[in-house]
Design a protein around this ligand. Sequence first.
Ligand code: HEM
Length: 184
Amino acid sequence: MNARLFSFLGGDTGPWRVTRSSAIVGKPLGAVARVDVVSGAVAANAAGWSLRGITSNERYVLREEKNELLSKQQGLGRAEATCAALIPLRKNAAWWALTQDERRAIFEAQSHHTQIGMRYLPAIARKLHHCRDLSEDEPFDFLTWFEFAPAHEPAFDQLLAALRATREWQYVEREVDLRLVRES
Ligand code: HEM
């Protein structure tokens, strides 16, 4: 089994209780009570959905950005980080038709994604999963996962508002924002 492959299972079990699920762009996800995050490819049970994604090498960060991220960011699973967000995203065909240098220019030079995100470290911990290369018919290109303490939810909302106003987000054709609290 590939250790970088994860399934996000929406259903009625798992430590994360769904507090809100909003379709920001495009179709919503089916309503579920809880989310479980498990290793490997796991099928949905009858009541819910399963989204699969794989962690990967970085595509856009430059060495100095990477060093700054490494010096500031914290990992998942902190005791105080009882809130999470699962935000699956799909970008449109125009984005995928660009070359790597064109995408990097939009992502950072024009949209300042890393620079904006860096201001919210270490409060927000993050993990990015890619779906696009798993199969032809994955519903999303990315599954993004964030963990933070309840006191930092307003900051997280501010971060999202800043990113959603960027040129990069003009290429987003589907985005669902699920908020969760850990209850184990
Ligand atoms: C917590 C602060 C954040 C930081 C420091 C951050 C940083 C980064 C970095 C450095 C990358 C590029 C990785 C690479 O080189 O391949 C990236 C990619 C990405 N981030 Fe963020 N990010 C943050 C928050 C967010 C938020 C709130 C979202 C919204 C859902 C988001 C969505 C994404 C997506 C979808 C990608 C992949 C973009 C692509 O490959 O086209 N990030 N982020």
